[in-house]
Design a protein around this ligand. Structure first.
Ligand code: DP6
Length: 350
């Protein structure tokens, strides 16, 4: 008998070579390869429970029942996973037993840290396990990708490469003590979702040049990671982020994710690096700046960020491992580990 209730955890990831644009939007097959590392101090914990008494799937995120497009995206993902096993299960896409999904993030919501990568990675692993599937890591990564592209990189651990349909580890988490120090910016900046950004990428005349150049950046970044060469990493990571944003800015319609504080932080990061501190920046689909540094530079980087006006919060994480199942139960005996949301107060951070 397989489990009726499974809890899985996954970490978000930060891309060093960015995924931007799809060659197939429905399947989320990317236009270019990407490289990332998992953020092991931030985590999503997701429990999926099969409950025959439910008339529809129930989805709770950080204690709130969700509806609308976010709910549909989760339900569609459950359908997809069930469909992939329906030949061997008594369930199928239409009349399948409904599930209760409960997901908790240990990082603050609504501050622009994408939770879709860790969210869909944990959801995929918990759902496959509760359905009695035993997918390989590559199969899990492929399935997670269908929910959110970058989620495929949150299935394997450590430093991760995503090529085409799935992602693999290129170096374990312990390989290099990198930190991501995320400056959260106080700005009412309206962010265009990454899904919308991917859809517009092709409308920029710069996207073709960016794609053609990806293998060069990818190889430079891969080698910098393998050799733990921070100077080489800094150069390629900044260029890659700026190329992604150049595409977004020149898409039609144009997307400018940056706020004025974003630009101030980019200058401050470069100044700090020129003074000898190993720190570099990257930016996702929003105004927040991810400052990547070596662990011994952590204090100086945080001090620099807390001094900047417009920074409302600073969140840090080291490199993390793969997604994993942390609890299973088979019916009346419930051995699911209790998980409580985690709050970091600003005074703990410097
Ligand atoms: C800028 O994976 O969030 O963070 O597939 O539509 O869910 P969807 O997009 P998503 O895109 C991530 C974009 C990025 C760069 C990256 O993580 O590689």
């Amino acid at each position: 008998m397989h489990a009726r209730k499974v809890t899985a955890i996954a970490y978000p990831n930060i891309a060093l070579v960015k995924y931007w644009g799809n060659r197939d939007h429905t399947l989320r097959l990317p236009s270019n390869d990407s490289l990332s590392f998992n953020l092991g101090d931030l985590r999503t914990t997701t429990t999926v429970e099969i409950d025959p008494s439910l008339s529809h799937d129930e989805v709770t995120l950080d204690g709130r029942t969700i509806g609308g497009a976010a709910y549909e995206r989760v339900v569609h993902h459950l359908d997809r996973i069930v469909d992939s096993v329906c030949a061997t299960q008594e369930v199928n896409g239409r009349s399948r037993t409904r599930m209760r999904v409960t997901s908790i993030n240990t990082f603050p919501m609504g501050v622009g840290i994408a939770s879709s990568a860790s969210g869909f990675a944990a959801l995929t692993l918990a759902t496959c396990t509760v359905l009695g599937m035993k997918p390989s890591e590559a199969e899990l990564s492929s399935l997670a990708r269908l929910g959110s592209g970058s989620a495929c990189r949150s299935i394997p651990g450590g430093f991760v490469s995503w090529h085409d349909s799935f992602a693999i580890t290129i170096a374990p988490a312990q390989h290099w003590n990198l930190m991501d120090v995320i400056a959260i910016i106080s700005n009412e900046h309206k962010t265009v979702s990454s899904t919308e950004g991917h859809a517009l990428a092709e409308t920029s005349p710069l996207q073709a040049a960016r794609i053609t150049d990806t293998s060069r950046r990818y190889e430079l970044c891969r080698q910098a990671i393998m050799n733990c060469d921070f100077a080489a990493l800094a150069e390629v990571v900044e260029q890659d982020a700026l190329m992604m944003h150049a595409v977004a800015m020149t898409s039609q319609p144009s997307i400018i994710y940056w706020a004025s504080t974003t630009l101030n932080i980019l200058s401050a990061v470069r100044e700090l690096r020129e003074s000898g501190v190993p720190v570099t920046f990257t930016i996702d689909a929003g105004p927040n700046v991810h400052c990547i540094c070596e662990q011994h530079a952590l204090k100086q980087v945080k001090q620099m960020l807390w001094q900047m006006s417009g920074v409302i919060d600073v969140i840090q994480s080291g490199v993390g491992g793969p997604a994993s199942v942390i609890a299973q139960s088979h019916g009346s005996h419930d051995d699911t580990q209790q998980v409580t949301p985690f709050h970091i107060s600003p005074k703990d951070r410097v």
